[in-house]
Structure formats: structure tokens, C-alpha cells
Design a protein around this ligand. Sequence first.
Ligand SMILES: Cc1cc2nc3c(=O)[nH]c(=O)nc-3n(C[C@H](O)[C@H](O)[C@H](O)COP(=O)(O)OP(=O)(O)OC[C@H]3O[C@@H](n4cnc5c(N)ncnc54)[C@H](O)[C@@H]3O)c2cc1C
Length: 401
Amino acid sequence: MFDVVIVGGGPVGACAGALLAGAARALSVALLEPRPPAPLPAGAPVEARVVALSRASERLLVSAGAWPQIAGPRLSPYERMRIWHESVAPASDAVLVFDAADVGEPNLGYIVENRLLQWALLEAFAKAGGHIERASLVSLEITSGHVNVHTSTGMLSARLVVGADGAQSAVRQGAGLTADTHPYRQTAIVATVASARPHQRTAWQRFMKDGTLAFLPLADGTSSIVWSADDEVAAGLLAGSAQRFAAELDRASDLALGKTRLVSERTSFPLNALAAQRYVAPRVALIGDAAHVVHPLAGQGVNLGLLDAAALAQQVAAAVSAGEDPGALRVLRAYERWRKSEVVLMSTAIDAFDRFLAHGAGPLAQLAQRGLSWVNRAPELRRVFIRRALGMSGELPRSAR
Ligand SMILES: Cc1cc2nc3c(=O)[nH]c(=O)nc-3n(C[C@H](O)[C@H](O)[C@H](O)COP(=O)(O)OP(=O)(O)OC[C@H]3O[C@@H](n4cnc5c(N)ncnc54)[C@H](O)[C@@H]3O)c2cc1C
């Protein structure tokens, strides 16, 4: 019998595993992942799927023992963000600029390849004594004393099962936990591009009436774009040639980085919001995208999920040290209360950005658009937002402080 079985070895599940297996009073932890990634060969081109990690996530990854594998030449710190609405020019004074130097920090965070992040966390989990089962969840059997986890290769028993199996979570469904979903009617197009002007270790983001375009600076001088466009617009962008796409990108970016050229394939992700009504049930806890999916415009999905992993690990480790059952609803509810309020706050803010800045029309939208330049002219307010972006506000788990 394991203390904990984690279903899903994406970045969030792997992080929960590494923190639990590495806790002061180490727990026995198994993790199911049907497709664990291979390490990236040295010198391989940068992968198109990347994420922006906050300072809080960096600290968590240090605590989880994964940072040494990540902090190499492929890691790309970014020092500034430039955020503007299409109604103003990319070089104008109305552009909102967040600069790490304004709060005495060396950077605002890092751009990391998804695959490197996931691989490093699974390595850290295995090194801490965790057991990785290359298998999928088939069904759950929840009893009063334990959970039987039926997998594609057999059965594991545990006192707690953690659903870290992404937006389509089989754990969520198996435990009878319901979720509210709504489509944004947008598709995110992800690709790597070279640009005529250097990215200056800056993340660039432009809000437009039909979507949001972000350039995330990569270590090799290229940028990873995340273009969240209304579905019909995205379909056209994906259907055209690479040259046509670059021309549309130059129009959409207002040439903020000069002319661009595609250096990878385009991949696309339909965008849907998801919010589980409950994150926990007896002997079951949901973390990461299994519990909540937010719009990628603020680059917060993994950052929120890593904080879920750390908060749950902290509650569970404390319960076990106190001789309590880690699957008891009392323990899990404390995790839910903590994280759900933080996630609801963040997802409401992100949806407001999408509604008023990316798509807005009318007085409220104009107010929000002007708000960018007002914030830019108010140094104290700007610092508040920078600290939010660094993930250093709110109630942080010990491993992220
Ligand atoms: C275009 C785009 C850009 C983004 N950019 C950012 C960003 O800059 N910053 C940020 O913080 N977030 C970003 N996100 C969000 C981020 O990618 C997700 O929030 C993150 O991947 C969630 O991690 P997870 O581990 O919870 O889920 P996932 O990454 O979905 O991992 C789930 C894992 O579970 C496994 N699994 C699934 N079903 C089963 C099963 N039945 N049994 C066993 N295992 C199973 C899968 O194989 C997978 O490995 C972005 C998202 C998109 C779409």
C-alpha cells in the first residue's frame, strides 16, 4: 500500500511527487504516466511548447530538487514585459513596461521548454525514491480505508489518490467531481520565430480586438509566440503558407520586433476554461489542469498548478507527521480552501483581461485600455503588479517562499 498514488506525470503531478517523496518524513509515492518524456539531446533545437515560470515556481523547483536539471544553457530568463493595446504604437509611452530592476530583482522569471520541465521533475521524483509506473488510469475504487487504482498494467492501492491528469481528468470523473467549462472560441497558435530585431530578454504582449499575441524570449535569440486568436481568424492563419503567416504576424505585432520568420511548425490548442466545483473528495485531490484551466494570456496555468502541488504536499506531509490519515477529508479540505480562493482570484482577473483588453468594445474596454498607460505612470502600482507577476504575493506554500 502506497501513501499516495499520483495519476499524471505532467509538470504538476511530477512536482507533487518530488515534494512528497522528498518530504522530511518521506512518503511512499507512486506516479502513473503513460508517456514520460525522453531527455532533450544536447544541442537539440528549442521546442515550440514553452512556459513562463514565475519566481515562486523557481523556488518550488529548487525545493523539489529539479532546478539543477533546468538551469542550463536552454533556460531563458526574461527581464522585462512590454504590454500594449493595438490602439497605441509598440514604442509609445502608453505601453505598460514591467522591469525586474524596478523591484530590485535580476529577472521576472524564466521561459522553459515544457518537455525539459516535465523531464527534470520526473527525474527529481525518481531520485527522491518515487516509483514511476508507465501506465494509464483505468478506474478508481474508493473505500473508507484506501483507494484501489486500476491501471492499464495492474492495480495499486493508496491512502490518497491525486488527480494530476490534465483537463480531461479521469480521476475527476472517477471520483464523481463535476467541473464547469466554457469555450473561449479561440485557438492558441504556438510556434518559434526569428525576428529582425533582438528580443532584449523581454516578453512582448499585444492585445487586439480579435485576440492576444505574445512573444516569449528564448535563449537562442528566437522567440516563442503564443497567438490566441478567435477561432475563424486562427483557422485562416493555420491554413496559409509559412510566408503568409509571417506577414500576418508582422501585421499583428505591429513590427514590434521587426520582420519575423517561422523557424518551427505551427501547433494549435483549442482554448476552454475549466473550473472544478470541488477539488477534493474523500481520499481524492485534484491539482493543476485537472482542477482548473485558465486562458494562456497571462502564462499562469503551470504556475498555479505548481502551487497546488506544493500546497497539497505541505498539508499531506504535515498530516502524516501528526499521525493523521493523508486521505482524510479534513486534511484535503484545508488544501481546497487554500488553493481554490487563490485560483478563483487569478482566473477572474485573466478573464477580465481577455474580455476588456483582448476583445473589448465600449466604455469599460476603453477604460481598461487606458488603464495600461495609467499603471505605467504610477510606479508604486506598477511594483504591485510586478510582485504579482513574480508570484510573490498571496499565501505561498513554504517550499515556494
Ligand atoms: C498555448 C499554451 C501556452 C501556455 N503557456 C503557459 C505559460 O507560459 N505559463 C504557464 O504557467 N502555463 C502555460 N500554459 C498552461 C500549461 O501548459 C498547463 O497549465 C500545464 O500543462 C498543466 O500541467 P498539468 O501537469 O496539470 O497537466 P498536463 O500538462 O496536461 O499533464 C497531464 C499528464 O497526465 C497524463 N495523463 C492523462 N490522462 C491520464 C491517465 N488516464 N492516466 C495516467 N496519466 C494520464 C498525461 O500523459 C500528461 O502527462 C499554456 C497552455 C497553452 C495551451
